[in-house]
Design a protein around this ligand. Structure first.
Ligand code: DGJ
Length: 784
């Protein structure tokens, strides 16, 4: 709810309050952002006190020695008026100076959200406050939008700058929002990394000066995700003041956290000013992307729960909103480019037997695309691989009872392609320099309408012809030479590229809402709210090693819900890390997301097949809890454990993933803690999982009646056809006892094996299912 009284603006969500006010000189002073307050609270009491002049300050007017913008908490600030902190703008004003001074002119409150013209934004908000600011000497206005999403405790912000002056205005920096928060010994948490090590969570204290989290790659990037967190330094998963920020944008982003000498922390975020410059002629406006902020006093999990609900309810849209996502098989790691129709049909048949629902044909189905050196940009189906065309192949997949999905990389072109030979001008490249290549490809210039038309026409026609129900939209290189011959001002390139991408996605998928779109950009280059407005799920990383995924998905889970995370089970040893991990752990990491398989099923042993069949049946039964449950990162007392938990919407069921990274000798006891359940009594069960005898190596001879060579053919064959059951624990207790935690059985430590020993070792894991006792009747028909 938004209220305005005595120059004070107050924005309430269910559990938070945000307050700011107009000052006597009509600047907007930030007052409070935190836990929900009583309606009676006075802004004067909550505001920062300035009762004595501060030396070296530059005062806004001579008459007011206490009014220095540099010393205040503000909602917006300009250059050249005495505030020396980072301004959200750098504007070359129509008068030729860099001095601006935006002050309050008017405001209005409207129901719901106000849709943007050039970019996607959140929808379904409760109310929007629009405050118009005007520069004190030039005819330039700045509209500040605040939308409240009450139930999810989120407020979004954005601005629109408009030039009413006859002379041009040049924008060199334009943030979506800024806010000044008094320091609470804050730490800054960012999600950083690179290819196959995306979104690792990093913590650093907020120090004096500016810390920047940004991307310059043309996408939101796997280097630094646009989302970040500010938390009091001793905040934990369940308690402590935590603020989350994000941007609904998939291009170059920028956020700055600056601590001033007076211990005020300025947070600003928006489009990256790097290589950015935008001209506004008279009558023109510029919209910033929408920024998202939330606050929770319940630690990191509280903040994440807000962000998760916000993404599920106000960012993801269309037919797939809130809908369970299919279990898919993707042929990429099974075949790479080397496939034909019969090989794929064989794979699909095996997939169907295991319970897979969707078959995804990845890279290599078109043009001369037999390696990553050729074919991108061409859409003719490769007739050697598909002699009867794509529709015929897709029909065969559907005849098997599977849905059909297709990979595209529509924004790219190989120099060795029909498209490039015909239209070299479609590619982004500097007119007088040799192009720089990434994965042997160039980027198509989405600033050009003819390029966008080409993509829309060709992608749409194959989608319709083959009746495709899922698309994987890949983007495998960063943009380098930000140049388009269609632009007069090259400073507009990167932002216009993103507007072009939004245009293409809207035109292709708007009329085809039944298609489930998964955005992929070599993994996590586009894990952002901008893409999530189009694609309900995103491929987190090319790295499917479960131990790496624990880091990647833990990092992403700070700001994004499991329903958005594409997560697959692949071969072991893993193709990027050479790490050997149990099949159960690969599954357990992947099932806290949108489950898929990406391996050559024909090489599975009979035991492996049974195992995967059981995994998929289990996942389907608890899919809603895994994808849409309340996901939490559980507190751990040992460094070699990661524990994830998801609780059903009705709070009667929980699934817990208990993961061990490197095992320690003679491990001490472990506890299972389950939180967030409704009061009552519960059963707790381990998901039964197979224990392959090859895991025991030489130890096996101690339990066999005859001595066998651990490397020999007999044991290898036995391993394919026989496996043991891992320790199954079953308990009954109350939600209260689960909150404190129940001790689990001992771990294996070399002194023997029995049915009550948890066989974790390196990279072992278990899933525990906790269900309310009155639900047991309904569920006990389930066979593992
Ligand atoms: C990168 C993706 O992340 C992979 O899953 C696969 O689709 C390849 N591209 C195909 O070229």
């Amino acid at each position: 709810m938004i209220s305005v009284k005595d120059n004070v603006f107050r924005l309430d969500t269910e559990n938070t309050t945000y307050i700011f006010r107009r000052t006597k000189f009509e600047h907007l002073e930030h007052i409070y952002y935190g836990t929900l307050l009583d309606t009676m609270e006075s802004a004067d009491v909550l505001a920062q006190k300035q009762t004595i002049p501060i030396g070296s300050s530059v005062n806004y007017t001579e008459s007011h020695q206490l009014y220095s913008l540099d010393n205040m908490c503000l909602e917006w600030s300009d250059n050249g008026r005495g505030d020396y902190r980072l301004s959200p703008t750098e504007l070359k004003m129509p008068d030729g100076t860099f001095v601006s001074d935006f002050v309050y002119a008017s405001h209005n409150i409207q129901d719901g959200c106000i849709t943007m013209n050039t970019l996607p934004s959140a929808y379904g908000g409760d109310q929007t406050l629009v405050i118009k600011l005007k520069d004190t000497s030039c005819s330039i206005t700045l509209d500040m939008y605040y939308t409240v999403f009450e139930k999810t405790d989120v407020i979004t912000r954005r601005v629109v700058l408009r030039n009413e002056s006859e002379k041009p205005l040049l924008i060199r920096r334009m943030m979506s929002m800024m806010v000044d928060l008094p320091d609470e010994n804050f730490s800054l948490y960012t999600l950083d990394g690179g290819w196959i090590k995306e979104a690792h969570l990093h913590k650093r204290p907020v120090e004096y000066g500016i810390t920047v989290n940004s991307s310059t790659t043309g996408d939101s990037s796997n280097r630094h995700n646009p989302g970040f967190i500010l938390a009091e330094s001793d905040a934990g998963q369940e308690a402590g003041h935590v603020y989350g920020f994000n941007l609904v944008y998939s291009g170059n982003h920028y956020s700055a956290v600056e601590k001033s000498g007076l211990d005020i922390v300025r947070v600003s975020l928006g489009i990256n000013p790097h290589c950015f410059e935008w001209n506004l002629a008279q009558g023109e406006s510029f919209e910033s992307p929408e920024a998202v902020m939330t606050y929770s006093q319940h630690g990191f999990n509280g903040m994440s729960h807000n962000m998760h609900s916000f993404v599920n309810q106000h960012i993801v849209r269309g037919n797939w909103k809130d809908k369970e996502r299919p279990v898919l098989l993707n042929n990429w790691e099974a075949t790479f480019f080397n496939f034909n129709e019969s090989k794929l049909l064989h794979l699909a048949k095996n997939a169907k037997k295991l319970g897979i629902e969707l078959f995804v044909l990845d890279d290599g189905w078109f043009g001369e695309r037999n390696s990553d050196k050729a074919g991108l940009g061409d859409y003719s189906v490769n007739s050697k691989k598909f002699p009867h065309g794509m529709k015929s192949f897709a029909d065969k997949i559907r005849m098997l009872g599977l849905d059909f999905g297709l990979w595209f990389e529509p924004e790219m072109v190989n120099q060795d392609s029909e498209l490039y030979r015909k239209h070299p001008e479609y590619a982004v490249q500097h007119p007088d320099k040799k192009p720089v290549l990434g994965r042997n490809q160039l980027v198509l210039d989405l600033c050009k309408s003819q390029v966008r038309d080409y993509i829309v026409k060709n992608v749409s026609s194959i989608l319709d012809e083959a009746n495709v129900s899922y698309v994987k939209w890949d983007m495998n290189r960063h943009i380098a030479e930000g140049y388009s011959s269609s632009l007069e001002n090259q400073g507009e390139f990167y932002h216009r590229y993103i507007m072009g991408l939004c245009d293409v996605l809207t035109r292709i998928f708007g009329p085809r809402p039944h298609i489930l779109l998964e955005s992929c950009s070599s993994g996590g280059n586009r894990f952002d709210l901008g893409m999530l407005c189009f694609s309900p799920q995103v491929w987190c990383s090319d790295d499917t090693d479960p131990v790496e995924r624990l880091k990647i998905q833990t990092g992403l889970s700070m700001l994004y819900p499991p329903s958005t995370m594409g997560a697959h089970v692949s071969e072991s040893p893993h193709q990027q890390t050479l790490r050997e991990t149990p099949l159960a752990t690969r599954f357990h990491a992947a099932c806290f997301g949108c489950l898929g398989y990406e391996l050559d099923l024909k090489y599975l042993s009979p035991e492996g097949k049974k195992d995967i069949e059981n995994q998929i049946a289990f996942y389907k039964k608890y899919r809603r809890v895994f994808q849409y449950g309340t996901f939490s990162r559980m507190k751990v007392s040992k460094d070699n454990k990661v524990i994830w938990q998801s609780v059903s919407e009705d709070k009667n069921t929980a699934v817990t993933g208990f993961f061990q990274t490197l095992s320690a000798a003679a491990e001490s006891g472990d506890k299972l803690i389950v939180t967030g359940l409704s009061q009552g009594r519960y059963t707790i069960r381990t998901r039964p999982q197979r224990l392959y005898i090859e895991r025991f190596g030489g130890l096996i001879k101690h339990i066999m009646p005859i001595e066998l060579n651990p490397e020999g053919i007999l044991l290898r064959t036995a391993n394919r056809h026989y496996s043991m059951t891992d320790c199954i624990e079953k308990y009954k207790c109350s939600a209260k006892a689960l909150c404190s935690g129940i001790p689990l059985c001992s771990q294996f430590s070399g002194t023997g094996y029995n049915k009550k020993v948890r066989m974790l070792g390196d990279f072992g894991s278990n899933i525990y299912i906790t269900e309310k006792i009155d639900m047991e009747e309904k569920n006990n028909d389930y066979q593992y």
